[in-house]
Design a protein around this ligand. Structure first.
Ligand code: TXA
Ligand code: MG
Length: 310
């Protein structure tokens, strides 16, 4: 506990100096900088090798802090009350007097925001008077990190500080919903899309127009382990790592199970870690067993589908 407090102090010192650091969240680790500071967010882009055309999510402690920067409506409040803090991000309109750096919005009039639930992230956010711009703490296009070790693997000594919050509980990124115009889900993630639509369908005026929003970071090539991935594999070929949803009685040395019993939450938590291990072990190809497309299986399938694209 004491150690956490002194690490949070250290984290704040770096952030106040416009440095970027890694922070734990319940989804994946983030590479964080002061979202009001051009200097800090430029450093995030540079270290992550992220193209400037790809916007970042601003992380807030609560709705009170957010109100200064973004326009909110009833649908947002309903979703906020039900799912926040938690693994959901919202694309909202910026207020004219918003202090959010134009860099993280790619000069547009909207921004993605999120309220992470990880206790250390919340403790940190509560103590600073600016939101944190934080993409996943990996080099652009590679696999998101779910532990301090993964972050260190990505950046080595180039990153000055990682706030260690253990391994991320969910293990996949947040669900992103666009709330400008007719609400629509832009990225599957920690909260199942059906739960979200169930809540908002009753509220929404059906006539609202769907506004097209680009999500640059979900294009092909993202979430890539850097080696070919074959989906819905009923068996593995020689030298292929075989990722199984459920442990089997007879295990081959090339088998990697992401859950003991086929539990999808556990599978989500273990997916990125397992992809990293497979790559480290020198495999040149990956086969993945069919994953049920229900609950968080929806987000798992989304990520492995992207990982399978060349
Ligand atoms: O769980 C998460 O969301 C993690 C943790 C660290 O919070 N963050 C995360 O950030 O996954 P990132 O940058 O790796 O992925 C954010 C995605 C990208 O695909 C980006 O293109 C999209 O969100 N995005 C960000 N701002 C946006 C905006 N204003 N409009 C549309 N898409 C946006
Ligand atoms: Mg990312």
């Amino acid at each position: 506990m004491k150690k956490n407090d002194s690490n949070i102090k250290k984290a704040i010192k770096y952030l106040n100096n416009n440095e970027c650091i890694a922070i734990p969240t319940e989804t994946v680790y983030g590479l964080a900088g002061n979202a009001y500071s051009d200097k800090a967010v430029s450093r995030v882009y540079k270290l992550k090798k992220r193209p400037r055309s790809n916007p970042l999510i601003a992380h807030y402690y609560s709705i009170n802090n957010l109100k200064k920067d973004c326009e909110i409506d009833n649908t947002f409040i309903k979703l906020y009350k039900k799912f926040c803090p938690g693994p959901i991000s919202f694309v909202l309109k910026l207020k004219k007097k918003s202090r959010i750096s134009k860099i993280i919005t790619n000069n547009s009039n909207s921004v993605a925001v999120r309220f992470p639930s990880h206790p250390l992230a919340r403790k940190l956010l509560k103590k600073i008077n600016y939101p944190l711009a934080a993409p996943s703490a990996n080099i652009s296009t590679s696999i998101s990190p779910v532990s301090k070790k993964d972050v260190v693997d990505e950046f080595g000594p180039k990153l000055k500080f990682v706030l260690d919050g253990g391994s991320s509980k969910i293990g996949l990124e947040s669900t992103i919903i666009n709330l400008i115009g007719k609400p629509n889900i832009l990225r599957f993630g920690g909260i199942n899309s059906k739960l979200i639509y169930k809540l908002i369908n009753s509220l929404e005026n059906k006539k609202k127009k769907k506004i097209k929003i680009k999500v640059p970071g979900t294009s092909k090539l993202h979430y890539s382990p850097g080696i070919p991935v074959r989906l819905n594999a009923k068996k593995n070929y020689q030298n292929e790592a075989y990722i199984l949803i459920k442990k089997r009685k007879k295990l081959d040395k090339n088998y990697f199970y992401i859950s003991r019993t086929g539990n999808l939450k556990q599978a989500a938590k273990n997916l990125y870690k397992t992809l990293r291990i497979v790559k480290k072990n020198g495999y040149k190809k990956i086969a993945i067993e069919k994953i049920p497309n229900i609950n968080i299986g929806e987000a798992i399938n989304d990520r492995i589908l992207r990982a399978s694209k060349k």
